[in-house]
Design a binder for this molecule. Structure first.
Ligand code: ARG
Length: 460
């Protein structure tokens, strides 16, 4: 056949160049849509039956035929050659082979433009569900970790300079809340994507009066798209997914960075388990935190996917153009990447060893400077002045190469006579932490409340 046997081959006098055939095909990527494509087509067959385009017998034939197509094509190792073009064509072609001419009626009034949009929105639901669950599992790990190490104190950093002592549990839970918002973003975007595009046809709407509300109900959408041009044109639902994925990866990546630094010999705060580390081909002594480095590294490809699709979409005149076929790779890749990264990160975190003595040994006295200033404030000195007084004390420790705790009461009193005996009590990291029992603070009571709140979230 001159058209190369293509479904759209009628107007073609010559077959596609094989290079073009390969270049045009998306089936190696969109075969993942098989199940949702079949579900969409089954609902559409019912709608065609209701619109009297198909007899009941034809509809039944098609629906059970689609079932068979799905089972056949999903068999592992099934070869789907480029000649099939995309999953929509592959399903229809096999259906027609199986059920004969009735199969050829399925696409009445439908276009691959509204078909692919509905497939993607159906798949997106699964993607969101998957990542929300993975994020939940990691949150569970963080809660357990916070519980287990509830007493551990370590330096908190700003500018990667020691700032104030914090509880490790407070640190672990900080990621819990970031993930909670990531899960919220996924839920938000799923709700916005919960709109049926099917019935938009190629761009102008379906000419066979299929009942779109019926279709929406069949496929579990809560609304139908109000504009057919919009329905086949936009991929904002994938862009939202990619941006939520990118933000989530950014979160993980920062914690990876911390843990990588903390597992260096210089810090030694944590050690990643062998199960999540690798060695060096040359240096026998090495144990590298590759799991964390890969999560940090893969953040780049998820950002890349977002940028790729934003860029692909920006210049496409309405409505559909084949550029949009490029939407699936970044979507699936981001899904798979985030899916893996959440699991690997949870595994790496739950198996790492903590070295609280190393953390404690690293606590610099300088971090108590704020508490010393606060002490003076409690004695009535305005904070700015207190800051200045303590600043001078810090300078003195630097000059004398000593530490704040190395100063005598007399030294302190030389700068301010507001200092009393009890000040020594304040020159203590645990005390510094305990002072911060305000809701949301790192004080042990506040962190216990936070942990309880996190646990309640996990139960919701
Ligand atoms: N494989 C195509 C895609 O993913 C399906 C839509 C094709 N539509 C068309 N008008 N050629 O975008």
């Amino acid at each position: 056949m001159a058209s190369g046997g293509k479904m759209w081959g009628g107007r073609f006098a010559a077959a596609n160049d094989t290079l073009m055939e390969r270049f045009n095909a998306s089936i190696s990527v969109d075969r993942r849509l098989l199940e949702v494509d079949v579900a969409g087509s089954q609902a559409y067959a019912r709608a065609l039956e209701r619109a009297k385009i198909l007899t009941s017998e034809e509809a039944e034939e098609i629906i059970s035929g689609l079932e068979r197509v799905r089972d056949e094509l999903s068999l592992p190792g099934t070869c789907l050659p480029a000649a099939l073009e995309d999953i929509h064509m592959a399903v229809e072609q096999r259906l027609t082979e199986l059920v004969g001419p009735a199969g050829g009626k399925l696409h009445t009034g439908r276009s691959r433009n509204d078909q692919v949009a509905v497939d993607e929105r159906l798949y997106l639901r699964l993607a969101v569900e998957c990542l929300r669950q993975r994020a939940r599992a990691l949150q569970q790990v963080l809660v357990e970790s916070a519980q287990e190490h509830s007493q551990v104190i370590l330096p908190g950093y700003t500018h990667l300079q020691q700032a104030q002592p914090i509880l490790f549990a407070h640190y672990a839970l900080s990621l819990f809340w970031m993930l909670e918002r990531d899960r919220g973003r996924l839920l938000d975007l799923r709700q916005r994507a919960d709109v049926l595009p099917l019935g938009a046809g190629a761009l102008a709407g379906n000419a066979f009066a299929v009942d779109r509300d019926y279709l929406a109900a069949q496929l579990g959408f809560s609304a139908i798209s109000p504009n057919s041009l919009d329905a086949v044109s936009d991929r904002d639902y994938l862009l939202e997914f990619l941006s939520a994925a990118a933000i989530l990866m950014m979160h993980l990546s920062r914690y990876c960075e911390d843990l990588i630094i903390w597992s260096s010999a210089e810090y030694g705060f944590v050690e990643m388990a062998d199960a999540f580390s690798t060695g060096s081909s040359m240096m026998p002594q090495k144990k590298n935190p590759d799991a964390l480095e890969l999560v940090r590294g893969k953040t780049g490809r998820v950002y890349g996917g977002l940028m790729a699709l934003l860029t692909t979409m920006k210049g496409i005149p309405l409505t559909y153009a084949k550029d949009m076929q490029e939407d699936k790779e970044p979507f699936f890749d981001a899904l798979d990447t985030v899916d893996d990264c959440l699991q690997v990160f949870a595994g790496a975190w739950s198996t790492m060893s903590l070295y609280p003595q190393r953390m404690e040994a690293a606590l610099d006295d300088g971090m108590l400077a704020t508490d010393l200033a606060d002490y003076l404030v409690r004695r009535g000195l305005p904070f700015r002045q207190a800051h200045h007084v303590v600043g001078r004390l810090v300078r003195r420790t630097l000059e004398r190469q000593t530490r704040l705790t190395g100063l005598e009461l007399d030294d302190l009193r030389r700068e301010s006579d507001l200092f009393q005996d009890d000040v020594l009590h304040y020159l203590n990291h645990r005390h510094s932490v305990e002072l911060r029992n305000i809701p949301g603070g790192t004080g042990p009571g506040a962190v216990a409340d936070q942990l309880a709140a996190a646990r309640r979230r996990l139960q919701e």
